[in-house]
Design a protein around this ligand. Structure first.
Ligand SMILES: *Cc1c(COP(=O)(O)O)cnc(C)c1O
Length: 373
C-alpha cells in the first residue's frame, strides 16, 4: 500500500516547474535580488486579487502581525484579545510589542473565537482583536466588526491559513483594519522559503508599515523610529506571482476534497467532521476532525501503522503554554479549547491529493475506529 503523506510540495512544483524555473531564472539574470519590479508586481497582484488598495510584503506572517500591531501603536499597557487555538506566532507578536495577550475560548464547531467571549473580555485597556481564521475557516466577520465598532477596537485578521477564503463574498484580510498573510511553503499560497504580507484599506497604515519594515526609515539613511528589516525576497515574489493565478483552483480542489471527506465521514460513529460556517467560504488549510470516542493518539498511531500521515494541530492551548504561566491562566478555564486540543486530528488535504489516496485515508480511519489495535 502506498504511503499517504500529510502533504507533498513536490507535486505542486512538478505541475508548474517550467513557469517557476523561468521566473526564477529571470530574477537571477536581473541582478535585482532585494526589492525591484518582481516585488512591486507581486504586491500589486495580491492587492488586486483580494480587491483591496494596499499590500505591503514582508519576511513572514509573523512579521506581518508584528508590523500591524506596531503600525496601530499597540504596546505596553494594552491588551489584545485573541484565540488560544492558533499557531504560537499570533500571541507571540502581541507579547513582542509589549502588550498583553488576552485569551478567549473557542466554538467547538469552527475552532474559531467565541464572539460572546470576546465581548466579555473587553476592558478599558483593550485596543485590538486578532481574529485568526483557523484552518482556513472564516470567522463571522459581520458580528466581529460590529463588536469592534461598538468598543472602538482595531481588528487584525490573521489570514496565515486563509489565503483566498471569504466572508459574505469578501476576501478575508480585507474586512478588518489589516490582514496578515504568510507565504510559508505549506500555506495555501506558499513560497519556496519565508514570506509574508500585510494588506489594508488604510493608506496611512500601509505607509507606516512600509517605514517600519525598512528600519523605520522615511528616506534613505534617515530613520524616524525603531523598525526592523523585513523583506520579501525578489525570488520569492516572482515565485508567488507564478502561483497566485492557481490559488483559486487549488482552493477549489481543497473544497472538493473537504466535501468528499464529509460524505465519507458524516455517518461514521466516533468522529466529528468539520463543517463550513454558513456565510463563509472555507479554504481548508487543514481538514481537522474530532475523535470523540477513543484516545486521539491511538487513532493517529493506527493510521501511522497503515501508512497514513495525520497531524495534531494543536496539542496544547496557548493559555497553558509554559511561557504564558505568568499570565495566570489555569487549566479548566477554557473548557472548549482544552477538549478540542485532546480530540483534534488533521487528515491529509492538499490540492494534489488524489481521490484514490483520499479513499485510502478514509478506509484506514474506518479500520482504526472499528477494530481493536
Ligand atoms: C503560519 C502562521 C503564522 C506565522 O507565519 P510565518 O510566515 O510562519 O511567520 C501566524 N499565524 C498562523 C495562524 C499561522 O498558521
Amino acid at each position: 500500500m502506498k504511503k499517504i503523506p500529510p502533504l507533498d510540495l513536490t507535486r505542486q512544483y512538478g505541475a508548474i516547474a517550467t513557469q517557476i524555473n523561468a521566473a526564477v531564472a529571470e530574477v537571477l539574470a536581473s541582478g535585482r535580488y532585494i526589492g525591484g519590479s518582481a516585488v512591486d508586481e507581486f504586491e500589486e497582484q495580491f492587492a488586486a486579487y483580494l480587491d483591496t488598495p494596499h499590500c505591503v510584503s514582508c519576511n513572514s506572517g509573523t512579521d506581518a502581525l508584528f508590523l500591524a500591531l506596531r503600525a496601530f501603536d499597540i504596546g505596553p499597557g494594552h491588551e489584545v484579545i485573541t484565540t488560544p487555538f492558533t499557531f504560537f506566532a499570533t500571541a507571540e507578536t502581541i507579547s513582542a510589542v509589549g502588550a498583553r495577550p488576552v485569551f478567549v475560548d473557542i466554538y467547538p464547531q469552527t475552532f474559531n473565537l467565541d464572539l460572546d467571549g470576546i465581548e466579555k473580555a473587553i476592558t478599558p485597556q483593550t485596543r485590538a482583536i486578532i481574529a485568526v481564521h483557523i484552518f482556513g475557516q472564516p470567522m463571522d466577520m459581520t458580528r466581529l466588526m460590529a463588536i469592534a465598532r461598538r468598543h472602538n477596537l482595531i481588528v487584525i485578521e490573521d489570514c496565515a491559513q486563509a489565503a483566498g477564503a471569504e466572508w459574505a463574498a469578501e476576501k478575508l484580510g480585507t474586512i478588518g483594519h489589516a490582514g496578515c498573510f504568510s507565504f510559508f511553503p505549506t500555506k495555501n499560497l506558499g513560497a519556496f522559503g519565508d514570506g509574508g504580507a500585510l494588506v489594508t484599506k488604510d493608506e496611512a497604515i500601509a505607509s507606516r508599515v512600509r517605514r517600519l519594515k525598512n528600519h523605520g526609515q522615511s528616506g534613505k539613511y534617515y530613520s524616524e523610529q525603531i523598525g526592523i528589516n523585513s523583506r520579501l525576497d525578489a525570488l520569492q515574489a516572482a515565485i508567488l506571482s507564478v502561483k497566485l493565478p492557481f490559488l483559486d483552483p487549488w482552493n477549489d480542489r481543497r473544497r472538493a476534497l473537504a466535501d468528499r471527506y464529509y460524505q465519507f465521514l458524516s455517518e461514521l460513529p466516533g468522529v466529528i467532521p468539520p463543517r463550513e460556517l454558513l456565510g463563509g467560504r472555507c479554504v481548508w488549510h487543514q481538514y481537522t476532525i474530532q475523535v470523540s470516542d477513543r484516545p486521539r493518539d491511538e487513532v493517529a498511531e493506527g493510521l501511522q501503522k497503515r501508512g497514513i500521515a495525520s497531524m495534531v494541530y494543536y496539542p496544547v492551548s496557548l493559555h497553558l503554554q509554559p511561557v504564558y504561566q505568568s499570565l495566570g491562566y489555569r487549566s479548566g478555564q477554557f473548557p472548549a479549547v482544552e477538549k478540542i486540543c485532546d480530540r483534534v486530528l488533521s487528515l491529509p488535504i492538499f490540492p494534489e491529493l488524489s481521490d484514490l489516496e483520499q479513499e485510502q485515508v478514509v478506509r484506514g480511519l474506518k479500520d482504526c475506529l472499528t477494530k481493536e489495535f
